[in-house]
Design a protein around this ligand. Structure first.
Ligand code: G3P
Ligand code: MG
Length: 391
């Protein structure tokens, strides 16, 4: 798009710094939206005294629905637009595994939701625990499939299918059944149900979308999460085979997710930067020479002058658009769980600045196992603090 000076008038300047937010315990808690969260995000969208717009992404360990579905929910809760390009769930980077495996068992979440997510990620052949129970209900002796589950389950002969990988996408709704099936497969001959390996070295690989031991719900105390399930699976596997289980982990605080998040943030900042130019400021949207002159007089630099570009010269701004932006000067990461969020933000890049809030897992007054740069009450305080720190 060709740029004219009037296109950029009245637009908030774009910050060189950025934000990344955890969701559970920061933006929402159980079914509820944390009341100050919408205001915090509106501030980053430009509703602040510095007229500055700050790009942000979400990095949650949660999951169970597609990124599009989650963003629709977030947008209506928060009254702002949240899009998949700024949204990472625990299982989002696992889409890259679609090319590596044939038949996969997808575990966790409500009903058919995770099957749908895996289809969207491009997995070629997806099975779920209910498919296995439809084949043989005695696999889990205390479980009875509901009519809905029976209707959705696929008819397959699991005595003839090699399950190559187990992917735990979201929290299990039935630990007993899921543990039974996962352990049987891990100890099987090549992922075939009803078989037992002699070496315990030929079962499928297992991947977890995250390792959160606990998470914040509406209940006063934190509840066990996927990390706790992971521990029980490892302990049962060891008790049965005498061997350590090799587990592949995604989510915070793991490096693979940090690299993924850094890439998403880089692209999102570039997109935000370009969008800031493309939308025109309507009061000056005319070809009249008079208005063009007025416009130039009142022009503000779109980019924070000390930051992304040196000054407001149009040539330089245009040049910046064509080049990739430099990395964010600081990324403020706001989370509630020291073991996943603060460890994640502290481990890989010195430009990430960890902020721990008190609206989730962290208990006020206790010593966090991983130390944040600062502890604040909630997400709104975190945003206000960072903006003031930058100006
Ligand atoms: O199950 C989700 C929970 O473990 C954590 O989600 O948003 O706090 O990373 P979040
Ligand atoms: Mg959290």
């Amino acid at each position: 798009a060709s740029l004219s000076r009037r296109n950029i008038i009245n637009h908030p300047r774009l910050a060189s710094y950025a934000f990344a937010f955890d969701i559970d315990g920061v933006i929402i808690r159980g079914p509820d939206t944390i009341p100050v969260a919408p205001k915090a995000l509106r501030m980053l969208n430009g509703e602040n005294k510095y007229n500055i717009k700050v790009p942000y992404i979400f990095v949650t360990n949660g999951g169970g629905r597609t990124e599009e579905q989650r963003c629709t929910d977030m947008s209506s809760r928060l009254g702002i637009d949240v899009v998949p390009e700024q949204f990472i769930q625990g299982h989002t980077p696992m889409k890259d595994l679609a090319q590596n495996h044939g038949t996969v068992l997808i575990v966790g979440g409500v009903g058919e939701d995770c099957r749908f997510v895996a289809q969207r990620y491009g997995f070629k052949d997806i099975v779920t625990p209910v498919d296995i129970l439809k084949w043989n209900p005695h696999v889990a002796p205390f479980k009875t499939l509901t009519e809905e589950e029976l209707k959705n389950a696929k008819d397959r002969d699991f005595s003839k299918i090699n399950i190559e990988a187990i992917l735990v996408f979201a929290d299990s709704r039935d630990w007993a059944t899921d543990q039974q099936i996962i352990l049987e497969l891990l100890m099987s001959k090549n992922g075939v149900m009803g078989t037992v390996s002699e070496t315990f070295e030929e079962g499928p690989k297992i991947y977890f979308a995250h390792s959160d031991f606990v998470w914040a719900t509406k209940y006063g105390l934190s509840r066990y999460g996927m990390g706790a399930l992971q521990i029980t699976i490892g302990a049962l596997y060891k008790a049965h085979t005498g061997k350590e289980l090799a587990v592949n982990k995604f989510g915070k605080p793991h490096r693979a997710t940090f690299h993924y998040a850094s890439k998403v943030l880089k692209n999102w900042r570039q997109e935000t930067f370009e969008a800031n130019f493309e939308s025109s400021a309507s009061p000056f949207d005319s070809d009249s020479e008079e208005e063009e002159k007025d416009a130039i007089k009142t022009e503000e630099p779109i980019v924070d002058s000390s930051q992304i570009v040196a000054d407001d010269a149009e040539d330089e701004i245009e040049e910046s658009i064509n080049n990739v932006l430099p990395d964010a000067s600081t990324v403020y990461f706001v989370g509630d769980t020291p073991e996943s969020d603060i460890r994640f933000a502290n481990s890989f890049d010195k430009n990430w600045y960890s902020i721990l809030v008190k609206t989730g897992v962290y208990e006020d007054g206790t010593e966090p196992k991983y130390k944040p740069k600062i502890i604040l009450n909630d997400v709104l305080e975190a945003v206000e603090y960072a903006i003031e720190r930058e100006h």
